[in-house]
Design a protein around this ligand. Sequence first.
Ligand code: DGL
Length: 274
Amino acid sequence: MDKKAPIGIFDSGVGGLTVAREIIRQIPEERIVYFGDTARLPYGSKSKDNIIRYSRQIIRFLRTKDVKAIVIACNTASAYALETVSKESDIPIIGVINAGARAAAAATRNGKIGVIGTRGTIQSGIYTKVLQELKPSVQVTGKACPLFVPLVEEGLLHDSVTDEIASRYLSDLKGKYIDTLVLGCTHYPLLRSTLRRLLGESVTLVNPAYETAIELRELLLEQGLLHEKRSEDESQEDKYQFFVSDLAEQFTSFATAILPNEVKKTKQIDIETY
Ligand code: DGL
């Protein structure tokens, strides 16, 4: 496998850009092909069977771009599809859940961990399972926060409506004396300052996106796939390519707001044909 080959990253839409942003920050030499399934989002309320079908199609698309590894940036798709699709693949595929769970297990002092995510991620029980495998004594409390995704997508990151909804969601966790909270959804790192203010400094916030970029770097290094040299003559447009299944222009503006570099173009493809 060519070290210069890109990394494929996919998500249900724009949220996975928080994972792409960490990868760009931590391993800036790597090329990226990003796919956001904007025609079929949200994944958080879809069935496991559909998420597996969507993930297989996206992986087939990313393979046409000769990616050397794939990151499932979406927590819901990591929860439902990672186990199945990674068994079918001859290139490494990682999700965001293991890295997030490892960081939370290492961070907790009192063994009480909260996890927030979409309905799908929380109902799958995956964070509880992985956390208890890592540290059997931990008590995990999950809370689905379905309104956070639309609030972020509406740009209401610092708004009294978001504060009110976040306080309601977090009130269930407050009685559990958690000292660590996993932000188990792509969009939630963008609400970090609101969550920090409402929970106080004593609760450690774990961002699986950050931890996943570390895991990816280690994996590429271990497999001899890390692209160490920056190629000077490559334009940002060639280095970072973006594809969606709908609303390409809207995606381009959101991506430019989240990523360190301006995103000039996003291509729309018909994912159902893969
Ligand atoms: N990307 C999804 C996740 O991390 C959130 C958005 C959606 O429900 O599609 O679970």
